[in-house]
Design a binder for this molecule. Structure first.
Ligand SMILES: [Mg+2]
Length: 409
């Protein structure tokens, strides 16, 4: 297809990402039905599975019990495995060689606005082919790519010819392919929405596109309007790179202290308490973050902030705490009494989705996976401890456990 549209948006989606990374790291798994999630003794659901496993009917979001029944010969690998995030960061670096406008969508997907830059590579298709080759050469992984005039269409296109696909989807092509399909062929339309629409006689995407948007709003609320626009193949949202993401893409916690702190031990304890709050929120919402910031207000209302970006994004309290402590200038507490302390995480990456997820409507990656780069047994220990603490708090409430160091705060 000739590409005559503008902007030119590319959506990259890694093929069976977690499973592919496992197969790459363990070549003896090649050609086998590999199922990540629900490993030995684990309940829960399948995160990702290889294409060999999909032939048995296994898919993301399926219970591990069912997956085992369908595919008893499957190689089940427990999630919570290291390395995915590292690969994700490498991918981001590769994407940024092609355009500065890269918007991470999840750990293995990103949108890129290549308008203009594609000429440097000969054209959009040539650019995408070079990108796919680079990912293959550097990471030994394959991806599927959609090229379209909008983020939404590019995302849809990336899913049309998996694995190793390259699909161009303009608005006319979208109508041709999607209009006859049921409404849940659209990304973001799930079972419940499908049911509600069916009750109103709206079954296909064409039905949806021809329904008045006010009527849809009446049926589905605010989402109805969005769906109306999307069903017509229109999407005007722009790809927003990391650095320019809106401010709400951060999580922070701060506290004004009962009395000005001059004791470094108490400052440390308070920072640990704040780091714990922020890290806990990251984990609950399924994010990891790259940039840690601290905010310090002294007794005379002078406020400073300091930031540092780490190589491996994290959701771990101990990492956030250590980085935050390094950012606080030594004279605070010692010479300058501190009135307020805050810790913020930004440059967040969504690594986990659930059905009630704030960002997605219908993206099931299944099990709640902790994606952490654990490089030594001691860290692994902390990871397990973190999980255990989370589990207790989920059951008994936030205040049920306090980290030892924060008792001072
Ligand atoms: Mg993927």
């Amino acid at each position: 297809m000739m590409i005559e549209f503008s902007p030119v948006i590319v959506h990259v989606d890694m093929d069976a990402f977690f499973a592919a990374v496992e197969v790459r790291n363990n070549p003896h798994l090649k050609g086998k039905p590999v199922i990540v999630g629900g490993g030995a003794g684990q309940r829960g659901v399948v995160s990702t599975c290889s294409y060999e496993a999909r032939k048995f009917g296994v898919h993301s979001g399926m219970s591990a019990v069912k997956a085992r029944r369908l595919c008893p010969q499957g190689v089940f690998i427990s999630s919570g495995l290291r390395g995915y995030v590292y690969v994700s960061a490498r991918l981001q670096q590769i994407f940024e060689k092609y355009t500065p406008i890269v918007e991470p969508f999840s750990v293995d997907e990103a949108s890129m606005d290549i308008t203009g830059t594609e000429k440097l590579f000969g054209g959009p298709i040539e650019l995408v082919e070079a990108l796919k080759q680079e990912i293959r050469d550097q990471l030994q992984l394959s991806c599927s790519v959609g090229i379209a005039p909008s983020k939404y269409l590019a995302k849809l296109a990336s899913g049309l010819n998996k694995p190793d696909g390259l699909t161009v989807l303009d608005r006319d092509e979208f109508k041709r392919i999607y209009y006859p399909r049921p409404v849940d062929a659209l990304w973001g339309v799930g079972e419940s929405t499908k049911k509600v629409l069916a009750g109103k006689g709206i079954h296909t995407v064409a039905d949806l596109a021809s329904t008045d948007s006010k009527l849809l709003k009446g049926i589905l609320g605010k989402n109805g309007e969005g769906l109306s626009v999307i069903s017509q193949g229109i999407d005007r949202t722009k790809a927003v790179p990391y650095r320019e993401r809106p401010h709400d893409k951060s999580m922070s916690h701060e506290t004004t202290l009962g009395k000005d702190l001059q004791d470094p031990t108490r400052i440390k304890a308070t920072v640990l308490w704040l780091a714990d709050k922020v890290a806990r929120r990251l984990r609950r919402r399924g994010y990891i973050g790259r940039t840690i910031s601290v905010k310090i207000r002294s007794h005379d209302f002078q406020t400073i902030t300091r930031s540092h970006t780490i190589n491996h994004p994290t959701d771990r309290c101990d990492v956030v705490f250590q980085q935050a402590m390094r950012l606080i200038p030594k004279e605070y507490g010692m010479k300058i009494p501190v009135r307020l302390l805050g810790v913020r995480m930004s440059q967040l990456i969504k690594i986990r989705f659930n059905d009630q997820g704030d960002e997605t409507l219908n993206h099931k990656t299944g099990e709640s996976v902790q994606l952490e780069l654990m490089v030594n047994p001691q860290e692994e220990e902390i990871g397990r401890l973190t999980e255990a603490v989370d589990a207790i708090r989920d059951r008994y409430g936030e205040k049920s456990i306090k980290l030892a160091g924060t008792l001072l705060s």
